[in-house]
Design a protein around this ligand. Structure first.
Ligand code: CA
Length: 367
């Protein structure tokens, strides 16, 4: 059913007048989107090209890419600036780590693309300091270091999605996150500019194009909107991701040369959404920022963030919806009810999920 028809039918049924908020965000299943978080990452290693093809075949609206830069300035699709959470870099290049963020890491920025292409990629894991034993971050997911996966470049991944758009006739979008721009800039690399130039070369130039650009760093999101995109004659949809200050997601280098966390607290103050709407088209909040974790099955505590963002004219795309054991908040009976709460009680416009088939099927069943 067309969105307009559904809206008219639902208005007739409910007998109420549409509020300004509902005109911005029609509460129909057809208008809601599913973003494949790092691909179909609940089933195959995150950001592997296989997980992206699987997500594509599941009928999602957008597929997510997290982007970092190599030593030779190639954009690669990795969640972290380091390689040691999802590859065998520590055995292939045992002496190539350095200490950053207070941790010993093998950084993508210290390796060329051809070196990175030699690595095996796998599910996320952690390493026990003493025993050197690997533990999968999600015990029920794809087994560690089975089959054959490699780190992809952003170019290869967009070629995959645009290639599938050609061969299937679908129009699936890309949802690109620029990771740790403060770190790349400190290392002399303008990752945002390089990312914009690359997506422009693939034809993504305007807000009508099937792309979102997301970033956790508010100063960088503003620079993209106010400086980089005008310079490149582009105007893409921008998403301001929202973190807790304590996560150390966005850092600043002090005059003394130490690192200090960017303070996100202003984003939770009244009026914050109007401020963000001056440079962004959407917010990407953590889901407890929209539904308080103190909520219970009989008493959902929904914050004002979604309605404030909608009033400011922005879309709301929270992260991350996972159906693994122990990952569904207690206030929802099951994953489908969690989706219902966010899509229709909170009223978000889309969401990031590791299990995109479940969200696609949930929305399809409502059509
Ligand atoms: Ca991301």
């Amino acid at each position: 059913m067309k969105i307009a028809t559904l809206l008219i039918v639902s208005l007739l049924l409910s007998g109420c007048v549409m509020s300004p908020t509902s005109s911005l965000t029609p509460q129909t299943a057809e208008a809601k989107i599913v973003i494949a978080h790092r691909g179909a990452s609940g089933y195959l290693p995150e950001h592997s090209i296989a997980s992206k093809a699987m997500a594509y075949a599941m009928g999602v609206d957008y597929i997510e890419q997290d982007v970092v830069m190599t030593k030779d300035d190639v954009l690669v699709v990795l969640h972290d600036p380091y390689l040691d959470r999802v590859t065998n870099v520590m055995t292939v290049f045992p002496n190539r780590s350095r200490v950053v963020f207070g941790q010993r890491r093998w950084l993508a920025i210290d390796f060329t693309l051809s070196e990175i292409k030699r690595l095996s990629m796998t599910e996320a894991f952690s390493v026990d300091e003493k025993s050197k034993q690997l533990t999968a971050s999600y015990s029920q997911r794809f087994p560690l270091f089975k089959s054959s996966f490699r780190v992809s470049t952003l170019k290869e991944e967009i070629e995959l999605i645009q290639g599938l758009n050609k061969s299937t006739g679908n129009k699936i979008g890309v949802y690109v996150e620029i990771k740790a721009p403060w770190f790349h800039l400190a290392e002399g690399k303008d990752i945002s500019k390089a990312t914009l130039e690359l997506v422009k070369s693939f034809g993504y130039k305007t807000k009508q194009d099937n792309i979102f650009i997301q970033c956790f760093d508010p100063d960088e999101t503003k620079r993209i909107k106010q400086v980089l995109m005008p310079e490149l004659a582009m105007d893409l949809k921008l998403v301001q991701l929202i973190a807790e200050t304590s996560w150390n997601e966005t850092m600043r280098i002090t005059p003394e040369g130490t690192l200090t966390a960017y303070n996100y607290d202003w984003m939770f103050e009244p009026g914050a959404m109007e401020k963000i709407a001056q440079y962004a088209d959407a917010i990407g909040p953590w889901k407890p920022m929209l539904v308080d974790d103190k909520s219970t099955r009989g008493n959902l505590i929904i914050t004002d963030m979604t309605s404030d963002a909608h009033k400011a004219g922005m879309l709301v795309h929270p992260y991350t919806f996972r159906s693994d054991d122990g990952r569904i908040p207690d206030y929802a009976e099951n994953f489908e009810q969690l989706l219902e709460i966010f899509y229709f009680k909170v009223g978000v416009d889309g969401l990031f999920t590791d299990f995109p088939d479940k969200a696609v099927n949930y929305l399809k069943a409502l059509d």
